[in-house]
Design a protein around this ligand. Structure first.
Ligand code: GDP
Ligand code: MG
Length: 600
């Protein structure tokens, strides 16, 4: 297949607009999978994807298709829609020349339609809009087309109408892809230049690399070099995803496919790397800007003995998800573990679930925090990864010029009648409204700058409930601003419990302090003396609770919190290993830490 008979394209859309369903129909139409009518999101291969009904991992599939008397090789990349996986989308787009922008004709443009459009537009890709779900009685294709024109300033007059569910109009999709998306560039007679854009770990063959061949060709047995590490490899296998790995004799210029080359360790596979042929060095491709972690969380093995095994699992999984950042961390309460950086809280949840399901791990994940920054008078800046890094009161006085917190630039799309509720929501969360536009006569697109810390908690749930589900939301990181940060400390009978400290904006301390004191009260067992729980910031007490001493004839207060999942984890912890921490005379059982520190 010469480049002019190849098309590399992806499907981008808001979550649930039908990307994966359209991918199923296209794979059926080209005979890659059989037409049983039972195929459901076949490219969503991970268990977590099937359970949650969302795509978290981009997958590629090659198809053969005849059009206008010619045979074409089409490579489709199905991508996630949710903002937390946008790094996955942007990497996949580097292997494509164009994309189908799929819009649900009943819902119209949503926040992630906008975000994904700009990702593709920024990469210089050809964007072909298409309207899906026209079978729904509530579909308003004319209105959706109008929104596409006004939001993106692209011509939507001849936009294709289809139903990925019923198959209506799906036969016109691939001809449109061939006609509207340009073929890959590059030349077969130039030295090999291949972009490594995804990797995963396979039990049997080890590290698998997904590559886009930009020039030349790659064959089994040829010797290649990594631009990143200058390590040499012999190619053991090349092939295409069809949709399972299927060996071929070579991957030629313009093609997307996989290679294996006996990489000894997982750390050798560097997403964004360029491979070239031994003794024929080429200029490396630009690669990818590393993902910027938006939230951090501590991850710890439930059983400390499992640390080494979990370490390997974390490495293997980050090979498949290069947007996770990893640092080792030791917590006084939870032992040895990691501080992992994620693109959002859904990303964090999915990572936890994948560790448990794909690697059979039992992990504790602490509540997420954002990367605050301290600017010192001597010009240094420091990231606050854990509250222990926060400067002391004295240092705050003498050495600190400013404390800063990260912000996001948010886009919300909703029907006009929710304007008041959405403005209020932004204000309550310390947001700054930046303006709004109408994308049709009754739908508003609102822009707002918000502290990242505000959106990692329940912002999304409140957005959905205040708009009866009609508002959609997307964000991108938008730098740092000076912010009045404090460290909230937790004291038990006057003794600080470092593991429970937290950094936050001064305005949120009162509520967080009360919440923490109440939750601790609920989980601390009565002892033979009163236990005073205090939360404090800047030397001032913000909340106080007392656990009354145990008196005769009163049975000990049983452990209270919502514990089903945590207790299951704890039961897996070997007997005799239960950790009890002492603070002064106060004993705090492991369950208490779990309850107040981890997310369930
Ligand atoms: P994705 O998140 O964009 O990958 O969306 P999915 O392909 O997972 O589809 C989300 C939901 O919409 C699923 O329940 C699909 O069955 C449904 N769906 C997809 N396409 C259509 C369509 O054309 N018509 C109708 N009525 N439902 C559809
Ligand atoms: Mg999907």
């Amino acid at each position: 297949y010469p480049p002019e008979r190849i098309r590399n394209f992806s499907i981008i859309a808001h979550i649930d607009h039908g990307k994966s369903t359209l991918a199923d129909r296209l794979l059926e139409l080209t005979g890659v999978i059989s037409k049983t009518g039972k195929n459901k999101q076949v490219l969503d291969k991970l268990k977590v994807e099937r359970e949650r009904g969302i795509t978290v991992k981009a997958q590629s599939a090659s198809m053969f298709y005849e059009h206008g008397g010619h045979k074409y090789l089409l490579n489709l990349i199905d991508t996630p829609g949710h903002v937390d996986f946008s790094y996955e989308v942007s990497r996949s787009l580097a292997a494509c020349q164009g994309t189908i922008l799929l819009v649900d004709a009943a819902q119209g443009i949503q926040a992630q339609t906008v975000a994904n459009f700009y990702l593709a537009f920024g990469e210089g890709l050809a964007v072909v809009p298409m309207l899906n779900k026209v079978d729904l009685p509530t579909a308003e294709p004319a209105r959706a087309a109008e929104q596409i024109e006004s939001a993106f300033e692209i011509d939507a007059s001849g936009v294709l109408h289809m139903s990925a569910k019923t198959g209506l109009g799906v036969d016109r999709v691939l001809p449109a892809v061939i006609e509207k998306i340009p073929p890959p560039g590059g030349r077969i007679d130039r030295p090999l230049r291949a972009l490594l854009f995804d990797t995963w770990y396979d039990k049997y063959v080890g590290v698998v690399c997904l590559v886009a061949v930009k020039d030349g060709a790659i064959r089994k047995g040829c010797r290649i070099v990594s631009s990143h590490s200058k390590t040499r490899y012999e190619v053991a296998e090349v092939g295409i995803m069809h949709p399972e790995p299927t060996p071929t004799t070579s991957l030629q210029v313009g093609q997307v496919g996989y290679i294996t080359c006996n990489m000894k360790s997982i750390s050798e596979a560097h997403v964004g790397d360029t491979f070239y042929r031994d003794k024929e060095p080429v200029e490396a491709l630009p690669g990818f800007v590393p993902a910027k972690s938006m939230v951090f969380a501590g991850v710890f093995p439930v059983d400390a003995d499992e640390f080494d095994r979990l370490d390997e699992s974390v490495q293997k999984l980050t090979l498949n998800d290069s947007s996770v950042s990893v640092h080792k961390e030791t917590s006084a309460a939870l032992g040895q573990g990691w501080r992992l950086g994620f693109l959002g809280t859904l990303h964090m949840d999915v990572f936890r679930q994948r560790l448990e399901e794909e690697y059979d791990a039992n992990v504790l994940v602490t509540a997420p925090t954002v990367p605050y920054q301290i600017k010192y008078r001597d010009g240094r800046t420091q990231f606050i990864r854990t509250p222990a890094d926060f400067p002391s009161a004295a240092a705050m006085q003498d050495a600190v010029e400013a404390t800063l917190e990260p912000f996001v630039s948010a886009t919300m799309i909703f029907p006009e009648q929710y304007m008041g509720a959405m403005l209020e929501l932004c204000t309550v969360h310390r947001g700054e409204i930046q303006g709004h536009t109408f994308i049709d006569e009754s739908r508003v697109m609102l822009k707002c700058r918000l502290p990242t810390a505000e959106i990692v908690t329940d912002f999304f749930d409140r957005l959905k409930s205040k708009s009866q589900g009609f508002a959609s939301f997307d964000y991108e990181e938008a730098g740092y601003d000076a912010s009045d940060l404090v460290k909230m400390e937790v004291l038990l009978n006057g003794e600080p419990v470092d593991a429970l400290a937290a950094v936050m904006h001064r305005r949120t301390v009162a509520a967080a302090g009360r919440d923490m004191a109440q939750r601790l009260k609920g989980v601390i067992r009565r002892q033979l003396f009163d236990i005073i729980i205090q939360t404090a910031a800047n030397g001032k007490i913000v909340a106080r609770e007392t656990v009354k001493q145990l008196r005769k004839n009163v049975t000990a207060k049983c452990y209270g919190g919502d514990v089903s999942r945590k207790m299951k984890l704890l039961n897996k912890q070997k007997e005799g290993k239960k950790r009890m921490k002492k603070f002064g005379k106060v004993e705090l059982p492991q369950e208490a830490f779990l309850d107040v520190m981890t997310t369930s």
